[in-house]
Design a protein around this ligand. Structure first.
Ligand code: CA
Length: 312
């Protein structure tokens, strides 16, 4: 059994809600989507709605498969990209994070900086890697998570549906266990509330009160952006539905596997998701030390030249 709830809210500072959410529970799982649109003149609203409705429509009609999920993303990307060619719609695009449950598997497709989390055995795991300027710096060890959260470029994303002629989609898969809880959200939630608050809310509440409380908390903290949350809880029974496709997920003890990386669509890797590394001291101070050394050397050379110039 699957229990789910989805909610979106404009927040306290924005007149429009450019986020969109959708949920569809099916006998063997369901389709759950969060999108966070961007672009002027209400085009962000259009882009996120297009992404969510197109993906749900395509998945509803197709036989479940990882390829089907990617094709749904490609179709949504093409539609938004074409709509964005009109002069009044320049810059239109959207993040899009989708969870497709086909028991006993969960597949997560992802573009942008909305997120998918998994709460399992009391541990919250971020399943998606943000496609954003600050997340790239965190992965390179140049910023901490905390610095990224408060950085003035925290909203700059490096990948969006509809921004490029071809979609660059990350695909993550895992084998579902009883009691697993998934959270999909926009950065209006994850950028405001800390992971331990997200974790506590979905651990102690069923989906419906969980999404309502999460949105209320983000608003209590100022609601600076549109806020979206989708919570999906797996019941005590996980159906074993026979599959027409093969996934490298059975041999991995339920741990997440990166099936495709959006940065390089040709590569199909099977790396286990690793948490980002904390920045090392050398990486943070290395360039400062190099600069100081360079000035030191320059000073030494100039001093010597002056000294030798004055000597007879
Ligand atoms: Ca946002």
């Amino acid at each position: 059994m699957v229990f789910a709830a989805a909610l979106t809210d404009p927040g306290r500072k924005r007149a429009l809600n450019e986020d969109a959410v959708s949920q569809l529970v099916t006998p063997y799982g369901g389709i759950f989507v969060v999108a966070d649109g961007m672009g002027g003149h209400r085009t962000g609203e259009v882009a996120s709605q297009m992404a969510v409705s197109q993906i749900v429509e395509v998945l509803k009609r197709s036989e479940p498969s990882p390829q089907g999920l990617l094709e749904a993303y490609e179709a949504a990307n093409e539609a938004i990209y074409l709509a964005g060619q009109k002069p009044e719609s320049r810059g239109m695009g959207t993040t899009c994070t989708a969870l497709w449950l086909d028991m006993p598997y969960a597949l997560i497709a992802h573009v942008g900086d909305s997120r998918a989390y998994l709460l399992r055995d009391g541990e919250l795991m971020q399943l998606t890697q943000d496609h954003s300027w600050v997340a790239d710096r965190v992965r390179q060890g140049l910023l901490t998570e905390e610095e990224a959260r408060n950085h003035r470029w925290r909203n700059v994303i490096t990948n969006a549906l509809g921004s490029f002629p071809n979609a660059r989609v990350d695909l993550v898969g895992l084998k579902v266990k009883p009691g697993d809880v998934f959270l999909l959200c926009s950065d209006g939630l994850s950028g405001v509330l800390e992971d331990k608050v997200l974790s506590e809310m979905i651990l102690t509440n069923p989906p419906e009160p969980a999404v309502a409380k999460l949105i209320k908390l983000a608003n209590d903290w100022g609601g600076p952006d549109n806020i979206s949350a989708v919570v999906v809880t797996i019941g005590s029974q996980v159906a074993e539905n026979p599959k027409p496709y093969a996934l490298p997920l059975d041999a991995n003890d339920g741990q997440p596997v990166h099936l495709q990386s959006g940065t390089d669509p040709e590569v199909l890797t099977t790396q286990i998701a690793e948490p980002p590394k904390k920045p090392g001291l050398w990486q943070r101070w290395g360039s400062v030390i190099l600069l100081l050394l360079w000035f030191g050397l320059l000073g030494f050379v100039l001093f010597n030249q002056l000294g030798s110039g004055g000597a007879p």
